[in-house]
Design a protein around this ligand. Sequence first.
Ligand code: KG4
Ligand code: ZN
Length: 335
Amino acid sequence: MPTYILGIESSCDDTSASVLCDGKILSNLVANQEIHKSYGGVVPELASRAHQQNIIPVVNQAISKANIDKNQLKAIAYTRGPGLLGSLLVGSSFSKSFSMGLEIPLIEVNHMQAHLLVHFIDDLSIEKPPFPFIGVNISGGHTQIVLVKDYFDMEVIGHTLDDAIGETFDKCGKMMGLNYPAGPIIDKNSKLGDFDKFKFTKPKVDDLNFSFSGLKTGFLRFIEKESMLNSDFVSNELNNLCASLQNTIIEILFDKVINAIKSTGIKNVVFGGGVSCNSGIIKKFKSKKNDFKAFFPKFEYTTDNAAMIAMVGYLKFQNNLFSNLEKGAKSRYKI
Ligand code: KG4
Ligand code: ZN
């Protein structure tokens, strides 16, 4: 009998539902919330309301695209945290009610674990990383280095002390007048710019931790100063600014990952999160010069998606790791 799992993700501004069958993805629907664009960032209250509107149609579409009946589902896996509490509550309440209605088990999933375990989806085009590996979660809300010994044996060994890497892309993009989310735009513009044109100070942070707030402030001061001399500075230099900023961010990330490789002796590096589709990051970490191996998710599994939640649900289902109705959404939820 095939094991069908429904995954539900609602931790930030994407409402997503996915049906997985024995490790293979049958459907993965994502409803993006365009509403946040005009605010230059995610507005939590608007995100919860949009999740409420989206969740039923998205789940219905995921089930019909998978070509199954809801009664064939064996379990429901949902994101318990971390994320925006109001957003998480929509997904968790819906999942609880649906699992009660269908009388099937509920499985709670840690969103950050899911970003890394998405690499275990059964798909011929995905190479599964061997354990142990160094997980690198880079997204709009997180920047962390994780020692992954097994599916559910993970330890955060480095994290950002202030801004996340995606937040840095987005906020610096906003300073240049780019729309939210600016990460993909900066990535695109960088391809046309000179990454050596401008130098920005890199933070000095001990251990495997990160800090991006100094770079952000330095970037702002620099463009403010140059714009005083020439009001067209940003538009004239946009591609060079994007390329130089992106290059600095990549160098910061690369140095920390190299330190993690040195301190653990582990040479498999597995990426997860929205920023992991950045073309400069992929190029740098996939370079033949490196003496380690880097794994990047398929594009559709980089940004927030329910396929990764369903995948973790399947792994937990096989290990009888079920949740219950008493467990609530957690905005802070450790790996
Ligand atoms: O994982 P994700 O979808 O949501 C969070 O959990 O935060 O990540 C979204 C982040 C945003 O900050 C967005 O600007 C960034 O990922 N991002 C990128 C690229 N594509 C998305 N950053 C740099 N380069 C990209 N190509
Ligand atoms: Zn995420």
